[in-house]
Design a protein around this ligand. Structure first.
Ligand SMILES: [Zn+2]
Length: 68
């Protein structure tokens, strides 16, 4: 499975690197859904719902998920 960046970093427009998955509980519908983790070279962290690839990545405030 190839992971390519869904979008450039929304903050600095550089290509992002896939950082793994985080299983989350989504409050709005109660579903347990994976979020793809994305990191850009400037250390901006983002995540995105795996089943909502058409939505914009959201800022991820848990950099420890990336092993940082
Ligand atoms: Zn960035």
């Amino acid at each position: 499975m190839v992971h390519s960046s869904p979008t450039p970093c929304p903050e600095c427009a550089q290509p992002m690197r896939f950082g793994g998955w985080a299983l989350c509980r989504r409050e709005e519908d109660g579903a347990r859904v994976c979020r793809g983790l994305w990191e850009c070279p400037q250390r901006h962290f983002w995540w995105q719902w795996a089943d909502r690839k058409d939505t914009a990545p959201e800022p991820c405030s848990y950099p420890h998920l990336f092993g940082r």
